[in-house]
Write a protein that binds this ligand. Structure first.
Ligand code: ADP
Ligand code: MG
Length: 258
């Protein structure tokens, strides 16, 4: 499929966001095509998490247009007027987006299997046997089938994060957002989570990944975006950007992280 001919999975056009007088996103424009992986890198405080949170309805943008799979996030357009979506409609839109955070946020009183099953169960996405079979498949996909009845406290950080990925996939999202998914992990556990993410990318999932793992970005991303101070400073093919950055700010950042 020629991705360019289909509707972009994410399209940001001049997206701005302020907290009070603090302008955190300054006219961000970018596109993520269906099936693509975009890695978002940049110094702390540059607005990366805020941008993901806007995509996932956790924040609202102040100006500009943000759409997922051709639909404006949280708004409905009628001729040239925009109307805020009813919260129920927005919640439905949000269900198509999976998000994985730095902290795994698993429910501590539920087993790995129960964590993966809870959202589809609440949304009555099938009968119990079907949901259990599907959850077991997802746990197998992240390499944790044999730990299905473990509680989070008895899993390593890397295993917990893999359960968190399976839990997000249980909603059958069309877009996955990752906000520094390996930053809280001990170094020896980073690889197993990145491997699962790489497999997901290879399966065709559209992903936006905020990360400091430049090896992952180089190998897996279709596009690397460098953000600083709320603006996109530079973006392009990851190998190009990493080996031949055009902007001084990109060079300075990369010299610290590479
Ligand atoms: P990054 O993820 O790139 O480190 P963030 O998006 O978390 O950056 O933050 C960008 C800026 O927005 C920072 O200056 C931060 O202090 C500010 N900020 C983030 N979230 C909030 C919030 N909920 N309220 C006020 N300011 C915030
Ligand atoms: Mg952040």
């Amino acid at each position: 499929m020629n991705a360019k001919t289909s509707v972009p999975m994410v399209k940001a056009e001049g997206v701005s966001k302020a907290y009070g007088s603090n302008l955190v996103l300054k006219s961000i424009s970018l596109e993520v095509q269906q099936g693509e992986v975009l890695c978002l890198v940049g110094p702390s405080g540059s607005g990366k998490s805020t941008f993901l949170r806007c995509i996932n309805h956790l924040e609202t943008v102040n100006s500009g247009r943000l759409s997922v799979d051709g639909e404006l996030v949280g708004y409905r357009q009628d001729s040239d007027k925009l109307y805020e979506m009813h919260p129920k409609e927005a919640a439905k839109q949000r269900r198509d987006i999976g998000m994985v955070f730095q902290r795994f946020n698993l429910f501590p009183h539920m087993t790995a299997l129960e964590n993966v099953m809870i959202a589809p169960t609440l949304l009555k996405k099938g009968n119990k046997a079907q949901l259990k079979a599907r959850a077991m498949e997802l746990l197998a996909r992240v390499g944790l089938a044999e730990r299905y009845d473990y509680y989070p406290a008895h899993l390593s950080g890397g295993q917990q994060q893999r359960v968190a990925i399976a839990r997000a996939l249980a909603m059958e999202p069309k877009l996955m957002l990752f906000d520094e998914p390996t930053s809280a992990l001990d170094p020896e556990l980073v690889g197993e989570v990145l491997d699962v993410m790489k497999g997901l990318a290879e399966s065709g999932m559209t992903m936006v990944v905020v990360t400091h793992e430049m090896g992952f970005a180089r190998e897996v991303a279709d596009t690397l975006v460098f953000m600083d101070g709320g603006v996109v400073v530079e973006s392009g093919d990851p190998v190009e950007v990493l080996t031949n950055p055009q902007r001084e700010r990109t060079k300075a950042f990369l010299s610290k992280v590479l």
